[in-house]
Write a protein that binds this ligand. Sequence first.
Ligand code: COA
Length: 176
Amino acid sequence: MTGVDDDSVSIRAESPGDEEAVDVVVREAFLQQFGSDGEVGLVRTLRERGELIPELTLVAESGGRILGFIAFSEVEVDGERVGGLGLAPVAVMPERQRLGIGEILIRSALDRAASLGWRFVVVLGHGQYYSRFGFEPAAPRGLRGAYGDGPSWMVVPLANHGLLCGTVRHCSAFRE
Ligand SMILES: CC(C)(COP(=O)(O)OP(=O)(O)OC[C@H]1O[C@@H](n2cnc3c(N)ncnc32)[C@H](O)[C@@H]1OP(=O)(O)O)[C@@H](O)C(=O)NCCC(=O)NCCS
């Protein structure tokens, strides 16, 4: 159950021309939450390097205005491509947060990723929030990452795929 009328928010893949509006959403959301807008540069770098998964680079739109954004890139486990994704970033305009837009974006993206055959998604985020989508701490499942092994480092298997053990490496845009 979400706090917005699902009909009023539509989810679609990012298309050429959306970049500036996406920058605004990411900048405003991260400035408000963390006091830093470094994620804007991350999104640009991911896009420039072709490291975003186009089918999973989604915007939430209402009344012709982009209010939310989510992106995924491929991760490797022990240097191998194994069907893993990293979720980052997800952002919703501050004045439209806590209305369910983030939830619609994440559920829609996870459904699409599963349909496309991806096997799992990792995220560094708030456990209380991501657990509602099935994410669990990744370290106890045998997946280590560059972001420590704390409870914020999480993973969700997609469809009925099992998880591999190993060390996760994000794509180049995250390693600068
Ligand atoms: C995280 C974010 C995308 C959620 O979007 P949203 O549209 O507000 O999310 P929803 O309305 O679906 O869900 C709201 C829930 O998220 C929880 N939530 C949001 N931000 C949170 C935070 N920083 N810590 C813990 N919980 C948080 C709220 O508690 C709320 O839970 P409730 O419904 O039980 O009250 C949005 O808050 C945002 O853009 N934050 C800044 C950027 C960020 O932190 N991104 C995630 C890291 S990549």
